[in-house]
Write a protein that binds this ligand. Structure first.
Ligand SMILES: *Cc1c(COP(=O)(O)O)cnc(C)c1O
Length: 378
């Protein structure tokens, strides 16, 4: 069935084609050209980041992070189970043991009070995920990482242009990772960025991204021929996608304002259902400035969620839930993780529902969604 109000629609700003035409005319469509540089500079400036490198995805950026931290068999990595698979895969690919830690029931972010008890002498990194563009308790988590001498890597896939206190997400750790996938706030189809905040990684990040060669040095005229010097892979974003992305990044504040309006309308107009005890709305801690990545509601139980999805579907409205907790996934079982309990993760994953949310979702359509949510509870 064709949905009348889909869950997501890729956001188009208008100058994407013009910039792509410019790339084609220029004759170079591979990575690291003018538009890649423009995007990287814009992100570095806007976010006060030391170094930003565009990548083919956030998944790829996390893989580079795992290589940079020399994650290997026997190492342990602390991460939430309530996240997208890439947070885990990047480290599992290097042979790491995953230590899934439960989340907070108010923000769905890694519970900072449970991290320290998961640390042992094999722990190499903590990977907080900023869920829905809301920051984890980064001061507290950074202090734990510092105290134990372990790496801190932010999965800021959903957190581009969001803040914790006075800093942008992705810049609060050793390494950050952004996503520009079609479902995120700023898009180019598939795409991402690696944020290097620690100068020890600067040179090696360029090498890993260039298939393990010192080609970046060669292009700057620092060596006369490039060669294989380290592990690496093909981790550049094509110029065609970088041109698309630049059209989006130029409008970052406008896009964020549009998303805020949608978020606020849902938030305000759903209040009566909160008062009646039917659902819970997102909570935004004082120290967080969100980028309005998504709008979710928390329902009383799994049955009500399934029934609401069905009701909305019948009215042509597509609502989605996530995540199937990673610690209970078939892969985690095959890797031998005993499916211990993470009570908050298991509870939230059964009750959380995401409503349609994309730039360009009209006031009329938002009202139609809200009307049907109210109708369901009548
Ligand atoms: C979307 C997402 C990713 C993956 O991003 P890609 O750019 O599609 O690789 C990773 N982690 C989280 C938390 C995400 O939401």
């Amino acid at each position: 069935m064709e949905y009348c109000i889909p869950f997501n629609r890729p956001n188009i700003q208008g100058t994407e084609l013009e910039f792509i035409t410019d790339v084609i005319r220029g004759g170079h469509i591979c990575g690291d050209g003018d538009y890649t540089k423009k995007c990287e500079l814009l992100l570095e400036k806007h976010f006060s980041a030391k170094q930003v490198l565009l990548t083919p995805s956030c998944t790829a950026a996390l893989e580079i992070a795992a290589l940079l931290c020399d994650i290997k068999e026997g190492d342990e990595v602390i991460l939430p189970s309530y996240t997208f698979v890439s947070t885990a895969n990047a480290f599992a690919l290097r042979g790491a043991q995953l230590r899934f830690v439960d989340i907070r029931s108010d923000t769905m972010n890694l519970d900072e009070n449970l991290i320290e008890e998961a640390i042992n002498e094999n722990t190499k990194a903590i990977v907080p995920v900023h869920y829905a563009g809301l920051a984890c308790e980064m001061d507290f988590i950074a202090e734990i990482a510092r105290k134990h001498g372990i790496y801190l890597i932010e999965d800021a896939a959903q957190g581009v242009n969001a803040k914790y206190k006075n800093s942008y997400l992705g810049t609060l750790s050793d390494i950050g990772a952004y996503s520009f996938h079609e479902t995120k706030n700023f898009v180019c189809g598939e795409g991402g960025a690696l944020i290097i905040n620690s100068s020890e990684f600067k040179e090696r990040a360029e090498i890993i991204r260039e298939k393990g060669t010192n080609r970046s040095k060669f292009l700057r005229g620092q060596v006369d021929k490039y060669t294989w010097v380290d592990l690496g892979s093909s981790y550049l974003l094509s110029e065609i996608q970088a041109a698309f992305l630049y059209a989006q990044l130029m409008n970052m504040e406008k896009i964020t304002a549009q998303r805020k309006a949608i978020f606020d309308q849902y938030y305000d107009e759903l209040q009566p259902l909160v008062t009646k005890g039917e659902l819970r709305l997102p909570y935004i801690p004082e120290e967080c400035i969100t980028n309005y990545h998504m709008f979710y509601i928390l329902l009383a139980d799994h049955q009500i969620r399934s029934a609401l999805i069905k009701h909305l579907k019948g009215k042509g409205i597509q609502a989605e839930f996530h995540y199937v907790p990673l610690h209970n996934s078939p892969m985690a079982k095959r890797m031998g993780y005993s499916c211990g309990t993470l009570p908050v993760t298991e509870d939230v994953s059964k009750r959380l529902l995401r409503l349609p949310f994309y730039n360009g979702l009209s006031e009329v359509d938002i009202r139609a969604v809200i009307k049907e949510v109210f109708a369901f509870f009548q």
